[in-house]
Design a protein around this ligand. Structure first.
Ligand SMILES: *[C@@H]1O[C@H](CO)[C@@H](O)[C@H](O)[C@H]1NC(C)=O
Ligand SMILES: *[C@@H]1O[C@H](CO)[C@@H](O)[C@H](O)[C@H]1NC(C)=O
Length: 569
């Protein structure tokens, strides 16, 4: 009875049943304890976002589970393997891996089931390293993995984005279910390996496994990712045959596929012929319009959706805010903002970050900061957007201040943070500060500078005329052979009239990128700014001799300053 109640989510009823049983003095055996433990394991399962659905329920379950654990010990069942596995399962499902490990170590002889529970527990926590370690230890102790082991390992690896290991597990399954197929296919799709996702989809059909709505939606995503319109159309046709095309979830995938392949009319046709629209369809259609630069239309559709009393999700707000950004329409952005407040999404970190981004990109940096300060929770993207906003709007000092606030608040900067703050230093001429921050990347924050970071700091140093420091850094850096760094140096040489270094940089560029006209143009510009017309002529002759054609983006007289360090978010 308890087991049955547990299975249909009658958690409270099952626990009541257990109390009644104790009160009536019925002898409690290991089967009844296991049944009630499985009920305690139930509430702890994660929702689709990997969060516990309900913190209170979790706590209650763990407290109860621990009581049952104590009771089992008192009744002398600690050697019962079946019961021990139920205990393991209860702790693992509730995410208390420390307690699960303790129970595991007291097992005299674990079974395959015990190992499987441990692997699933680690997988659920996103700790694929531990799951793999368990998997190896299990085999080392002489156990042969079974079907469940492979399924649990597959799930663990996919959750952590380790598709290669996941594939090994998948290949060892004798008869994978559609769920396992979906797991591996969406693993590839999420890793942008669309080719492999589509190949597996074919393979799945060869093996007569019937795809379900999840499979086709993932495949539509992969067709979109590859701009493989023909494939998408084939899936569409198959869906119509199977009468699955009016499924909201699938329709969302179709709308996304057609919009990403540039067939916005077909997407709109599907959208308008749906008998009933849910939020997935609306979101796909709005995002599709934005993707095709139909930002005004996307904004109108969002309004229409609100008028139809459909409640937007975080994703809808982020999409429509990006429309406002692209339209440079602060007015519309503010309208959406007040909508967000009305709908009660203001304190959502994802939506809030999109708002900060919108205000920054529309040039209302004070508005962005005001909202930033009001946000109850910020994540790394929020900080990065705000710092980057200051940098792009020319407020270098503020960007650095905010970066320092961020460090003081205990938030951990990432590679993108440093691009933002170094860009700020470069644009505002904060050389010493920039250099200090650059040097702290590895020593204080454990982040290896990448090409973009080097480019930023070298840009910063050479813009300020600190050519010697820039050279020292370039000698040490691993990206010496990347043209972008030399281009940055060459541009600054013009500003400072440093002919000798300019010549050296140009030589490097001739070597690294012989086809490019950039170094010729930049060098000629330096000579002409110094009135060295003879040298200018030599360069032009060299160019025609080597048949280098001037890139139309570069002008002979003015080399427009490039923003070398961009892209946050
Ligand atoms: C898959 O099975 C083969 C043969 O049974 C075995 O040699 C191999 O180690 C297994 N791979 C994994 C990842 O378990
Ligand atoms: C030009 O750059 C070199 C480093 O290569 C430096 O020593 C020199 O002082 C610079 N000259 C000017 C005018 O900035």
């Amino acid at each position: 009875m308890m087991g049955g109640l547990g299975r249909i989510d009658g958690v409270v009823e099952a626990l009541e049943m257990f109390r009644m049983m104790s009160r009536k003095g019925v002898r409690i055996d290991s089967i009844s304890l296991s049944a009630v433990l499985s009920v305690c394991a139930k509430g702890g399962e994660y929702d689709e976002f990997g969060c516990y659905e309900n913190g209170d329920r979790l706590l209650r379950n763990v407290v109860l589970g621990e009581q049952i654990h104590g009771l089992a010990f008192k009744l002398g069942f600690e050697r019962d393997l079946y019961l021990s596995n139920s205990l393991l399962d209860m702790y693992a499902k509730n995410g208390i891996m420390k307690s699960a490990e303790m129970v595991f170590h007291t097992l005299g002889k674990p079974s395959v089931v015990s190992w499987n529970i441990m692997i699933a527990g680690y997988g659920q926590k996103g700790n694929s390293g531990k799951a793999i370690e368990c998997f190896q230890r299990m085999q080392f102790s002489g156990f042969k993995p079974d079907a469940v082991t492979y399924i649990n390992m597959l799930a663990a690896c996919i959750k952590c984005g380790d598709v290669d290991t996941a594939r090994q597990m998948f290949d060892n399954m004798s008869c994978p279910s559609v769920i396992s197929w979906n797991a591996i296919i969406s693993g590839y799709s999420q890793n942008e390996n669309h080719r492999e996702a589509i190949d597996l989809f074919r393979e799945m059909q060869f093996q007569s496994v019937k795809p379900d709505r999840t499979t086709v939606t993932v495949i539509l995503g992969s067709c979109a990712g590859m701009a493989f319109l023909e494939g998408g159309k084939q899936v569409h046709a198959a869906l119509q045959k199977a009468a699955l095309h009016t499924d909201n979830y699938v329709a969302g995938g179709l709308i996304g596929m057609y919009s990403k392949c540039g067939k916005i009319e077909r997407a709109e046709h599907i959208f308008s012929s749906m008998p009933e629209l849910d939020i997935v369809c609306w979101n796909s259609m709005i995002a599709g319009l934005t993707l095709n630069s139909l930002n005004r239309e996307a904004f109108m559709l969002f309004k229409q959706m609100r008028q139809g009393r459909m409640l937007p999700t975080e994703f809808s707000y982020a999409t429509v805010l990006s429309c406002c950004t692209k339209l440079s329409s602060l007015f519309q952005g503010r309208q959406v903002h007040s909508q967000i407040v009305k709908d009660g999404y203001e304190s959502d970190v994802f939506v809030g970050t999109a708002l900060v981004d919108m205000y920054c990109k529309c040039g209302d940096i004070d508005g962005a900061r005001k909202h930033f300060d009001m946000m109850p929770v910020r994540n790394i993207v929020t900080w990065n957007e705000m710092i980057h906003g200051y940098a792009q709007n020319g407020y270098g000092d503020q960007a650095v201040h905010l970066y320092e606030d961020m460090i003081a608040s205990g938030a951990k900067p990432d590679a993108v943070t440093f691009i933002a703050v170094l860009t700020a230093c470069s644009h505002s001429g904060l050389v010493d500060l920039g250099f200090r921050i650059f040097n702290s990347m590895k020593s204080e924050h454990g982040i290896d500078p990448e090409l973009d970071h080097y480019t930023c700091i070298i840009d910063c140093l050479s813009r300020a005329g600190h050519f010697h420091d820039a050279e020292l850094l370039m000698e040490k850096m691993p990206y010496r052979d990347d043209p972008i760094v030399w281009e940055v140096v060459l541009s600054s040489c013009r500003v400072h009239g440093n002919v000798s270094l300019a010549q050296q940089a140009a030589e490097e560029l001739f070597r690294l990128d012989p086809e490019s006209s950039t170094p010729y143009v930049l060098l000629a510009n330096i000579y002409s700014s110094l009135g060295r017309w003879n040298d200018v002529r030599v360069i032009r002759e060299l160019m025609s001799e080597k048949q280098i054609v001037k890139d139309p983006g570069y002008s002979w007289t003015e080399h427009k300053e490039q923003d070398t360090c961009l892209f946050v978010g």
